[in-house]
Ligand binder design. Structure first.
Ligand SMILES: [Zn+2]
Ligand SMILES: [Zn+2]
Ligand SMILES: [Zn+2]
Length: 112
């Protein structure tokens, strides 16, 4: 993924989302207050590196640096296009279909 690996407040993932992604209407979930871990990894007793949140169904899964790559697997199984980082301090979302990263937080999250 062409995402900035420095994480945090890096601005290099703030792309023009409106022009490049046609799946914004599939965003139904925002990051919950607490994320326990990758649902699939916890089920099979595996470990993960980073966590991702599916913004269409709210499923938490693991990134491509993780051994089981459940976020990518979830996309292939469901065609849910957009995930979001579930890592502390990371706000970017990623569309698997359009291959773009962007910030797409709900207004309520900024108000917190
Ligand atoms: Zn898209
Ligand atoms: Zn996993
Ligand atoms: Zn999903």
């Amino acid at each position: 993924m062409p995402l900035c690996s420095t994480g945090g407040d890096c601005t290099c993932v703030r792309f023009d989302v409106v022009a490049s992604c046609s799946h914004l209407e599939t965003i139904h979930f925002e990051l919950p207050e607490q994320v326990a871990g990758c649902e699939e990894c916890m089920r099979i007793g595996a470990s993960w590196v980073h966590l991702r949140l599916c913004r269409e169904c709210g499923k938490v899964s693991c990134c491509d640096d993780s051994p089981n790559r459940h976020a990518t697997e979830h996309f292939h199984e469901t065609n849910h296009a957009i995930i979001r980082s579930a890592e502390p301090g990371e706000q970017w979302s990623w569309c698997y279909v359009d291959q773009v990263a962007f910030i797409a937080d709900f207004p309520t999250e900024k108000d917190r």
